[in-house]
Ligand binder design. Structure first.
Ligand code: ZN
Ligand code: MN
Ligand code: MN
Length: 293
């Protein structure tokens, strides 16, 4: 593992902040995370108590003590910036602003967001609504360092973001496009029909991304294998190498020089494997071993 490429790469996981933000950092040390993803509020509720100065201090102390970073956050699953109902859209924008404020207070560099779902109203309208909603959120968070990272999706239901072009179209409709980054998710891409296992298909996907939003914009990659086969449009994560993507797909991703500096985050199931080792540790070790010397 003494090679430069392997050393530079950052591997981490989405960890729980139950009992305090500092706990995610300490667990991160236990399982061997270089970087981290967290929730900055309960992801299944609309509102949350304001973040306190004590919480911020505890976060910053754990961050500097452990040296883990960068840290990204994942936004609430309830948000739908594409909702055809104006009231629901406004509620989502308000909640997004609140999450960005929390991230900014903590120094979290990016907030991963599912672009939204059109609910039967069609993709073109939804994409316009998402851009308009992001413009509002940007206006309310002037000068923030934390960027929204639009996540590629599996295409379950009526969700937007299963074609990489959707993400570029959203960015094109945003006034301050430089405030947006991209979060890829290997399971989502594969479920959406991008075959990460095949070198030619992988390269074609990267070219499509570069044409759509520029690969330099990719700021995070969720590393999840898939419980379902290529093009299933089902979002069900599996442990690394145990799903339909398999080792080959992840080898392509971790050895892509264009993505070498992008933090890689597991969103796979927690718990211990049959040898009693934490699954996060097992999955992180597997990924690190795939990096070519
Ligand atoms: Zn997500
Ligand atoms: Mn994800
Ligand atoms: Mn997912």
């Amino acid at each position: 593992m003494a090679n430069a490429a392997a050393k530079r790469q950052k591997f981490g996981s989405h960890l729980s902040v139950a009992g305090g933000f500092e706990n995610a950092f300490h667990e991160g040390v236990d399982v061997g995370c270089d970087c981290l993803q967290i929730f900055v509020k309960n992801q299944r509720q609309w509102s949350a108590k304001p973040i306190t100065d004590e919480q911020i201090a505890a976060y910053k102390q754990a961050e500097s003590k452990t040296g883990i970073g960068p840290v990204v956050a994942h936004a609430s699953y309830l948000l739908n910036l594409a909702s055809p109902e104006a009231a629901n859209r406004e509620k989502s924008i308000k909640a997004l602003i609140d999450e960005l404020e929390r991230c900014e207070a903590l120094g979290v560099v990016g907030l991963v967001l599912h672009p939204g779902a059109h609910m039967g109203d069609g993709e073109a309208k939804a994409i316009k609504r998402i851009s308009a909603s992001l413009n509002k959120a940007h206006t309310a968070t002037k000068g923030f360092k934390c960027r929204v990272l639009l996540e590629s999706t599996a295409g379950q239901g009526t969700t937007i973001g299963h074609e990489v072009e959707h993400l570029g179209q959203i960015i094109d409709g945003v006034k301050q496009g430089d405030r947006l980054g991209i979060c890829l998710d290997t399971c989502h891409l594969f479920a959406a029909g991008y075959d990460l296992r095949d070198s030619d298909a992988y390269e074609a996907m990267m070219q499509a991304m570069d044409a759509s939003f520029g690969v330099d914009r990719i700021a995070c990659i969720h590393m999840n294998d898939s419980k379902f086969d290529l093009g299933s449009r089902k979002d069900r994560h599996e442990h690394i190498g145990e799903g339909f993507i398999g080792r080959k797909g992840f080898v392509n991703v971790v050895n892509d020089a264009r993505l070498a500096d992008v933090p890689r985050i597991l969103e796979t199931e927690k718990g211990d494997d049959d040898k009693g080792r934490p699954y996060d540790k097992v999955n992180l070790d597997k990924l690190r071993r795939m990096v070519r010397g």
